[in-house]
Design a protein around this ligand. Structure first.
Ligand code: ADP
Ligand code: MG
Length: 348
């Protein structure tokens, strides 16, 4: 445990960075956000902000000199940058975890090596690789790196839909298309002493590959409830994870539970924890990375969260809300189609 309150550096200034900064403030922990977005929403919530390209060494050094501990709100920060920072300051979760998880092929190999089921997949970097594995179709071609909210993904039904030039730019995995019954996620926070707080599984509904709704309780049986929590804990342990992370799962029509992906950070599907639990995923993350202990946490209510995308935010801004409804505006300057602009949580 640290004697004085540390200054926490947060890389990334979106809504996740904003919620992390707000949680830190409650604990009187100062935050410095590093972001490449000049209108980053987190500037409304943190103590200080540095706007810089992640490749600007001078600015990164300024950031390093001002903070005691570093965490991050998204996994696509170049490994070299996190690794460079970790030479002088503690970076949590550790950069090595990020290296595995930011590459879909490495991530899937890691899960498979634990003996945990994941979606069937192959690494591909030519049309011919797919031709040799036609039984994987229909499948989803996903870039190995930098994908989010369905970006970098294509559904492939047959070989003639494939353009050879795609492979000039990226490496891919091809995943078998799963007949989805449901999607769930498990969010947990792991502390330095190996203790874990595991939230109950959350059921997620996606539309156009973007999260639309999350709710607790998830409509699942006891087996899947327990198994999904156990797998998530096993993954966190193996990664020696410190902080909050999320494991996204698919459940197919035969009730097979498969890991879809791991997010080494707080997660959109956990936004309902802000209102439905005494300690949110953000509170727990701040406590874990700052070396504070795992406090008893309790569910307050069942809940449903609705993501607000693009210009739909205007329909929510001037509305009246009931006592059980909590509207969050991310204060993003630019409205873009499909961009996450806010969310609404309804306690049930
Ligand atoms: P992202 O990083 O964009 O969240 P995901 O791999 O989680 O990427 O895909 C986004 C969504 O697309 C999933 O939550 C799911 O609804 C759908 N999807 C992705 N892969 C598959 C698959 N193999 N089979 C069926 N649906 C899929
Ligand atoms: Mg996903």
């Amino acid at each position: 445990m640290l004697n004085t309150n540390p200054v926490l550096g947060i890389i990334g200034g979106g809504q996740l960075g904003s919620f992390l900064a707000s949680s830190a403030k409650k604990l009187k922990i100062k935050t410095l956000v590093l972001t490449d977005d000049p209108v980053a929403p987190a500037k409304n919530f943190c103590d200080e902000i540095i706007f810089s390209d992640y490749s600007n060494k001078q600015k990164i050094e300024e950031f390093i000199n001002k903070v005691d501990i570093v965490t991050y709100e998204f996994e696509n920060i170049p490994f070299e940058v996190l690794n460079f920072i970790s030479k002088t300051k503690k970076v949590l979760p550790s950069p090595e975890i990020n290296r595995i998880v930011q590459n879909r092929n490495e991530e899937k190999k890691f899960v498979k090596n634990l003996g945990i089921k994941t979606t069937p997949w192959i690494f591909v970097n030519s049309k011919n690789d797919i031709k040799k594995n036609e039984d994987m179709l229909p499948g989803i071609l996903k870039t190995c790196t930098l994908g989010y909210d369905g970006k970098g993904q294509r559904l492939i039904n047959s070989l003639n839909e494939i353009d050879e030039t795609w492979f000039d730019l990226n490496d891919y995995i091809l995943e078998k298309k799963i007949n989805l019954k449901q999607e769930i996620s498990v969010i947990l926070t792991r502390f330095k002493n190996d203790e874990c707080y595991i939230y109950e599984p959350i059921e997620n509904i996606h539309k156009n590959q973007i999260l639309e709704k999350s709710k607790i309780p998830a409509d699942i049986g006891e087996d899947i409830y327990k198994q999904s929590q156990n797998f998530a804990e096993e993954i966190a342990k193996k990664l020696n994870f410190v902080g909050t992370m999320c494991v996204e799962y698919f459940i197919d029509t035969k009730n097979n539970l498969m890991v879809n992906e791991i997010a080494p950070r707080v997660h959109n599907s956990g936004h309902l924890t802000l209102n439905a639990f005494e300690l949110s995923q953000f509170d727990c993350h701040i406590r874990a990375v700052c070396g504070l202990k795992n406090l008893p946490n309790k569910k307050i209510s069942n809940a449903e969260m609705i993501n607000i995308l693009g210009s739909d935010i205007n329909n929510y801004k001037n509305r009246k809300y009931n006592n059980n409804e909590f509207f969050f505006d991310y204060f993003k300057k630019n409205i873009k189609d499909k961009r996450k602009m806010g969310h609404l949580t309804i306690l049930k």
